[in-house]
Ligand binder design. Structure first.
Ligand code: SAM
Ligand code: SF4
Length: 467
């Protein structure tokens, strides 16, 4: 996978395999240690926080070292074959720790668990417990079964579970920006995608619990929330739609920035765009995955929009929110894609001039509609060459877009010290671009500052605080 370095953090490459660490609760501690690491999209990282909350409540404490853990969990991703391979390799590394400590419980959670179900127990002898994304409340019970000597599986998908009442614990964060899951699952059947099979039916979370979570985060010092869902524009809870929810969260406090991801081009409405335009604290940035710029391929992908529809939505964004940043996801070498159709993707990129993009070569996933209906007939080297062309084009566009930000003043939320230099702060502008600028002692993490941007790379704006 390729992505430009200023990612939306929906899939943050630098966090893959990260272990979650919590403060222990001395009142409840049973002394048992949990090690949990996560792969894939932000939804999985948020789910791991829910898992940790559930087990913390049962007296667990967390450890950074799987070798000293009593329970080792790996929260997995199935989106592409290499994501699954990564997990299999990681499981091999747990083998020697388990040999030394046979009482250690090894569990596989998330999308791969859901996809492979009990087959996982046959294929990986090391694994004791397999748990799908809707069954985390059952974990204490499943661990108990393993303690009693059985292996355990719960991969039941639910039509209701949203974990709305479980407040996730957030300790691996910068204390300024946080993610809030607003819905689970997906009802779109994009032919390439495994998500509807691994995460089940789409369901929206009670808006009151979302607003409460946003308010609690604000009170705890957070200044930005990203509302998360596979298709946020189809959010619906009784008579509340996504535009209504967005407004409710924006009204929590004018100092709380609101972002969201992901928008499906078929569902993003003018009402959402007008709501964004109306509230200064809703960031002017939309992640709008195109996947392909060719209508025949989009039809085979079952995306339910065509090239013209997508362009019209981009025109609407530019009309209603002229300064909006737009990013995307692209797949190269989907079944039967011709060179000409691939060039339609490049020309779509020229039309939109995305701020950045996540770009992938098509990876066939077992059980998906595409795997059943179409031959995966584009040779690997052709997929890769097309991917390189897409990546190169995006690099040009990112630089072009960022250059338009130079010479202007941007409102930036300070997220912390820059990774590259402890003399600089970093934070993002409204359009989600990373901005780096010298530390000014008058301001701290969580403050908003006006930054005059003086130069840029293809991924970062460089400037200094004014005023
Ligand atoms: N729900 C979001 C949407 O519809 O745009 C995205 C969900 S998916 C976790 C993130 C991205 O992974 C997709 O937008 C797509 O570009 C990519 N993806 C999904 N399945 C893929 C596959 N089989 N091969 C390559 N890329 C894939
Ligand atoms: Fe997958 Fe399509 Fe659902 Fe996104 S909208 S999760 S790509 S099925």
């Amino acid at each position: 996978m390729f992505e430009t370095p200023t990612s939306t953090k929906q899939h943050d490459e630098s966090r893959q395999g990260e272990a979650l660490i919590l403060e222990k609760d001395p009142q409840k501690s049973s002394g048992r240690k949990l090690y949990i690491e996560s792969y894939g999209c932000q939804m999985n990282f948020s789910d791991s926080e829910i898992v940790a909350s559930i087990l913390l409540d049962k007296g667990f404490e967390t450890t950074r070292d799987y070798k000293e853990a009593d329970v080792v969990f790996i929260n997995t991703c199935s989106i592409r074959e290499n994501a699954e391979q990564r997990v299999r390799n990681r499981l091999k590394e747990f083998e020697s720790a388990k040999a030394k400590n046979p009482g250690m419980v090894v569990g596989v959670l998330g999308c791969m668990a859901e996809r492979l179900k009990s087959k996982f127990l046959e294929e990986e002898k090391l694994v004791d417990v397999v748990v799908g994304p809707d069954a985390y409340r059952d974990l204490p019970n499943l661990i108990e079964k393993v303690d009693e000597g059985s292996r355990a599986v719960n991969v039941l998908l639910s039509r209701e579970e949203t974990y709305a009442d479980i407040s996730p614990v957030r300790l691996n964060t910068n204390g300024v920006t946080a993610f809030i899951s607003i819905m689970r699952g997906c009802d779109n059947m994009c032919s390439f995608c495994v998500v509807p099979f691994t995460r089940g039916r789409e369901r929206s979370r009670d808006p009151q619990s979302i607003v409460k979570e946003a308010r609690d985060l604000f009170d705890a010092g957070y200044r930005e929330v990203t509302l998360l869902g596979q298709n946020v524009d189809s959010y619906k809870y009784e008579n509340i739609n996504f535009a209504n929810l967005l407004q409710m969260v924006a009204l929590v406090d004018p100092l709380l920035r609101v972002r969201f991801s992901t928008s499906h081009p078929k569902d993003i409405t003018d009402e959402v765009l007008h709501t964004m335009a109306k509230h200064e604290n809703i960031c002017k940035y939309i992640h709008l995955p195109v996947q392909s710029g060719n209508s025949r391929i989009l039809k085979l992908m079952n995306r339910t929009y065509d090239r013209e529809w997508y362009m019209e939505r981009v025109d609407a964004i530019r009309r209603i929110i002229p300064d909006c940043g737009i990013s995307t996801d692209v797949i190269t070498g989907f079944c039967s894609e011709t060179e000409e159709e691939h060039r339609d993707t490049l020309s779509m990129m020229d039309y939109v001039k995305y701020d950045f993009a996540y770009m992938f070569a098509y990876s066939e996933r077992p059980g998906t509609l595409a795997a059943k209906r179409y031959a995966d007939d584009i040779p690997e080297e052709v997929k890769k060459r097309r991917l390189t062309e897409v990546v190169d084009r995006q690099r040009e566009h990112s630089l072009e877009r960022l250059k338009t930000y130079v010479g202007k003043v941007h409102k930036v939320l300070i997220e912390g010290t820059s990774k590259r230099s402890d003399k600089d702060y970093c934070g993002r502008n409204d359009q989600n671009t990373m901005v780096v600028f010298p530390i000014d002692e008058r301001y701290k993490k969580g403050d908003y500052v006006d930054v005059h941007v003086e130069s840029c790379t293809s991924a970062t704006l460089i400037g200094r605080i004014i005023g």
